[in-house]
Design a binder for this molecule. Sequence first.
Ligand SMILES: [Zn+2]
Length: 316
Amino acid sequence: MPIEIAPISRRSFLAHSAAVAGSLAFIGRVQADAADIETLALCSDTHIAADPNTLRSDVNMSANFKKVLQEIIGSTAKPGRLLVNGDCAYLTGQPGDYQTFLSHLTPVREAGIPITLALGNHDDRAPFRAALKETGIEASPIPDKQVAIVPTKHANWFLLDSLESVNSTPGLLGQPQLDWLSRELTKHGDKPAFVMAHHNVEYRKHLKSGDVIVDVADRRIPAAGLIDDEQLLEVLTAHPNVVAFFCGHTHQWNVVRWKDISFVNLPCTAYPFLPADPNGWVLCRHGSNEAEIEIRTLDPKHAAQGQKVKLPYRGA
Ligand SMILES: [Zn+2]
């Protein structure tokens, strides 16, 4: 099971989705009955330091994350779940970082939104698990990794753990985790699958023949991503239910479609490495036929604000 934080009101994801369905009528662009759409909020790279006044590159990471969370709670289509895709802590996964990070999440829990967390290369598994003990951590089927399957009505989300070494840039899934993913994707082959891990697949090495759908900053950072990305791609392409792979890590917003799979790089909520890149969060809506993502940038005037991208289901 994942690093999972239950809402304080304990409302379930599906019950919540049903409750807000009536307010989703404007999502007519997605080919499904509006009442049948599920919504999730996706965040990545929050980089929360123990001291909420910490600045990096003139960015207050705590202030940014709190603003994003208020937007999520207040959004018309209130998401049925929040996923945070790693680098929750500032740099080295200090216990105090997680205390502050968790305190920022309290209003989300009070709003009845369940939360699932993944780990990044600036997290540390032991302090993370210790900090989350009270909110409910269960044993992971992969020793030394925290993996998760989040089932929803129309899809399954597979959250992977690519943290290899704390505060070292590259990531690794490892063969046991890849084997587990392959088995579970087969087992859940009846529903679309969304796979998420902190580290990116190397664009220049593997995805260059794909279609670039979104590219704000021309992908100028050759970030050290997943060491075993080739093995991950073998698993993803072998399972026709895989719709998309979501990563963070590069602090860039981009989408590439390769072999009919959408590769989505979530923006950070913290500090972009390139001035052109937005920070913010992504709203994901999925129905029975397709999914759509929409970026919400922290700078309301950013050119990418409100940008929407369809994520077609393979074979649909
Ligand atoms: Zn990061």
